[in-house]
Design a protein around this ligand. Structure first.
Ligand SMILES: [Zn+2]
Length: 228
């Protein structure tokens, strides 16, 4: 079915946004070579915009972005979609509140994934952003729905927008692609800080009631409300 002009405009906007957000992955040193990807749901449509497979970061523009349906089938674009498209699509199909998904192999978060260890909630910023520990998802092979299922099953039981997929790396979600990128930057930052704290001793856990208060304040009070 051809897309209406309004949908085409939205898709063009999202291609610009998603291409630009890939610049945040390199700026924040979350990716090397062509690893890592950002996607955005096209609101109200069974479509998403995602990075093309194997294209270098300095060649990513709105024109190289790929549009697929929510089963990962190519709808528009000159390149094949990212090899992680099936995982992104599975998340959009099963988590209607999610508008953006990000995946990286950022060093410190991936080091926790390699050990299969959740990042404990030992900092106010972990309580703020993740609402508790950053959970570990199952080991899953690339190529079918296993990664997507592992992400969704883990995030459904958690307030965290980030999951450390075992022996693989972090996937993050958000209400839009920018929020998911923010979670990807934050999860790497707290993974690094808690790693360093571990070298020097045992980080102090926060009390559950303080985690709940911090999370509630950050999610509902903090920031510029008119942007929501
Ligand atoms: Zn990966």
């Amino acid at each position: 079915m051809p897309m209406s002009t309004a949908v085409l405009d939205t898709v063009a906007d999202l291609c610009r946004t998603v291409a630009a957000l890939h610049g945040e992955l390199t700026r924040n040193e979350l990716v090397i070579w062509t690893a890592g990807n950002v996607s955005a749901r096209v609101p109200g449509e069974d479509l998403m915009v995602i990075k093309p497979s194997g294209v270098s970061y300095d060649q990513l523009t709105e024109d190289t972005m790929v549009v697929t349906d929510l089963h990962g089938e190519l709808v528009h674009g000159r390149f094949a979609p990212s090899s992680d498209t099936a995982a992104h699509a599975y998340v959009y199909r099963h988590m209607p509140e999610v508008g953006g998904v990000v995946h990286t192999h950022s060093t410190f978060a991936t080091a926790w994934a390699a050990r299969g260890e959740p990042i404990p909630c030992v900092l106010t910023m972990i309580a703020d952003e993740f609402g508790g520990e950053v959970p570990v998802g199952p080991f899953a092979m690339i190529g079918d729905d296993s990664i997507g299922r592992g992400i969704v099953d883990t995030l459904r039981g958690s307030r965290s927008p980030a999951v450390l997929m075992r022996n693989h790396g972090p996937f993050t979600v958000g209400r839009d692609a920018r929020s998911a990128v923010k979670a990807a930057v934050m999860v790497e930052d707290v993974a690094r800080t808690v790693h360093i704290a571990r070298q020097l001793g045992t980080p102090e856990p926060l009390r559950q009631e303080d985690i709940d208060r911090l999370h509630d304040r950050y999610q509902n009070v903090y920031g510029q409300h008119q942007e929501r």
